[in-house]
Design a protein. Sequence first.
Length: 431
Amino acid sequence: MNCKSIKKSLEIDESDWLVKLARSWGLLKKTNQAYILIEDNGFITKIEQKIHTIDGILLKMFRYFESNQSSRAIEILQNELYPSVYSINIDLTGLINQNLENAKEGFLQTEILYDNTFEWIVLATIGTTLVAGLLAILLLRNIRLLHSRLANRVDEKTKELQQLNCDLEEKVRYEVEQSRQKDQIMFRQSRLASMGEMIGNIAHQWRQPLNAMVLIIQSFQMKRMAGIELSDDFIDKQVNEGIALGLLMSNTIDDFRNFFKPNQSEEPFSLKETVTYSVKLIKAYYAKAGIKIFITCKKDSVVQGYPNEFSQVIMNLLSNAKDIFEERQVEERYIEIVISQEAHNAVILVIDNGGGINEEVQDRMFEPYFTTKHKSSGTGIGLYMSKQIIEKQMKGSICGTNGAYTFSNGKYYEKCMIMTLLMPLEKEEEK
């Protein structure tokens, strides 16, 4: 018999949390656990002692049987073994009765405990719900306070951003106005620079007619000094020639006056006619400098924009080519203007054989006040204003590259300056 397992079965499991909770709340009465254990241990101790006694009696009896003393062994069986077994049965009966009492008491306590478990669970659930509700109310209140504070912060920041936007808009308007005024000043400077060159062209184109008029006037004096009679035919001829020269000079002034008259609004214009008009104004002056200008029109195009401003762009590009020829002392000087179409754009190429542009300054060629010329001969605003006119006013583009080219006269040059202008076509022209 395993007495240790019997002892353990007699103990009540006080580690059960339900038992502890029930005892702390007074639902279960404290049992006299120590007294019960002492009493049970007394039974077990007696049983163990009697078991040892029975073991001794059995050993003695078996020895007698082995020594053929059966009568002695039977006597010990009757006088010693039977009373000991009877006595241990009495003790086992008492231990069983005690365990039954303990089990009954445990069952009653467990029944009391678990009868009240549901009520306590309901109470605990209600209590937990109330606590959770209170926490939710507090949390919601804090969230509302936080939301209110954040809303106020957002309103403050929104007002600051609105004020900042107003300040930025005002600053942008100011900077745009400053930039516009700056562009206008630079545009005037560019036109003044062009005007100086145009005055030289006017002087050149007027020189020959003025000389002819002087000769006509002197012819009258020479006839009178020679004593030759001034006939009506001679007078009419000289007067007609003078009038024709005067008309030629007047037309020259009108041509240059139209060039300097800015366009007030956009209008459709022919690229071929505008380029031809621009070249006509300066061709004689450039011819004197040894520059031959070719116009190649593969396909004329009508674009929307400002023809006089476009003429100024052509003049600026031609003037830059002329300056390069003189700076590098090029012997054969050629400029060719090619007009064509590509997709939805008109293409204008202005090509010269002046040796191209240095790669170091190619990216800066359109910057304002940037020039490779001497300060006395260059302002650095010609190409900048040309870019502003083409890109901002006429919605086109302009760029400069180096490349090989064969001119209309068959001359081939490996390194030429090629200025490319792209202009959007008129809708009708595009169709």
